[in-house]
Design a protein around this ligand. Structure first.
Ligand code: KG4
Ligand code: ZN
Length: 338
């Protein structure tokens, strides 16, 4: 089955053709980073306008690279939720239009589930496992029971993990996107130069939750207070110490989730899953099997959309052409059909 997947939930205009939910025949990601860089953050109005300018070419290139024409497709999928509404609408309407014109099935895809599916494009990972979805908009620690069923254990009570990287980088002018800039700077820095505080969410419903507001305040407003005597406040040291603190917060919750559920496998996804300190820290835990998609599949891409859509179509499920978009999806703290 040949599926075209379109992703336009944020600032990547992406399309890909995937065969049978696994074999990536083409993978086009047109990034809008240069257009948002000077604002040091994604500007929704610019994002949706660029998507509408680019979408036809991106889809044509994805089909061309795969050596296919539109009529060869068996289905067309697009991200429908969550994300920037104006951006989502471009990809969704384009996909619905193609599906209608070609009389092919259409599938609207949940972006969170698509990220968690991404590693399945390169290896066959048996369910269940613990999912760690860390991006600019989401921080989710969950039990992944199947491609379409997750049980959310923890999330963030304030900023998403990537958002925290982006805000620190923006404040100090480290570069854009913040996570990429901090990861690079941190390689030259001392992660123990500053000892930043950790959130104290340990009980009840917050057992697996993370929080970044305290860390953000410490790094932005109280830097001196946490500096180790003799350590210098260089960009490299600030980046390395912040990165360590931010990732250690995630790791502590992740280890808790693994211990409590008895599961040993972690599958990470989302832009922050490309972080080198996170990858190295998990690799040091010999008893944890960690699967990270290759960096290209960590960020937003069309292949994860086409891949997961195949699973739905294989089951005979598709979406109606009246499907709309939504900015948010409810995060239930119980078994949920997300
Ligand atoms: O999944 P993604 O491409 O887009 C969504 O937010 O859905 O994630 C983008 C986020 C940004 O916040 C970016 O700063 C962060 O991922 N990021 C990183 C790294 N690469 C990207 N954060 C930490 N370390 C990285 N190497
Ligand atoms: Zn994403």
């Amino acid at each position: 089955m040949l599926i075209l997947g379109i992703e336009s939930s944020c600032d990547e205009c992406a399309a890909s053709v995937v065969e049978d939910g696994r074999r990536i025949l083409s993978d086009i990601v047109a990034t809008q980073i240069p257009f948002h860089e000077k604002y040091r953050g994604v500007v929704p109005e610019i994002a949706s306008r660029k998507h509408s300018e680019w979408i036809a070419d991106v889809v044509a290139k994805a089909l061309g690279d795969a050596g296919l024409g539109p009529s060869d497709l068996d289905g067309i999928a697009a991200t429908s939720r969550p994300g920037l509404v104006g951006s989502l609408l471009v990809g969704l309407c384009f996909a619905k239009g193609m599906a209608w014109a070609l009389d092919k099935p259409f599938v609207g895809v949940n972006h969170i589930l698509a990220h968690l599916y991404a590693p399945q494009l390169v290896e066959d990972i048996p369910y269940p496992f613990i999912g760690l979805l860390v991006s600019g908009g989401h921080t989710i620690i969950c039990k992944v029971l199947d491609f379409d069923r997750i049980e959310v254990l923890g999330t963030t009570i304030d900023d998403a993990a990537g958002e925290a990287f982006d805000k620190i980088a923006k404040h100090y002018g480290f570069g854009y996107p913040g996570g990429v800039a901090i990861d690079a700077l941190a390689k030259e820095g001392d992660a123990d130069a500053f000892r930043f505080p950790k959130p104290s969410l340990h009980k009840g419903e917050h057992r697996y939750d993370v929080s970044y507001s305290g860390l953000k305040t410490a790094v932005v407003h109280q830097l001196e207070q946490y500096r180790r005597p003799g350590a210098e406040a260089t960009p490299e040291n600030i980046a390395a110490s912040f990165q360590k603190a931010a990732v250690d917060i995630l790791l502590s919750r992740l280890l808790r989730a693994l211990e409590d559920t008895g599961l040993r496998r972690v599958v990470a996804g989302g832009g922050v899953a490309a972080n080198s300190y996170l990858r190295a820290a998990l690799a040091r835990h010999g008893d944890i099997e960690a699967s990270f998609p290759p960096p290209r599949l960590c960020g937003d891409n069309g292949a994860m959309v086409a891949g997961i859509a195949f699973r739905y179509l294989e089951r005979g499920e598709s979406s109606g052409l009246d499907l709309g978009v939504s900015a948010r999806v409810p995060i239930f703290r119980r078994l949920s059909q997300a």
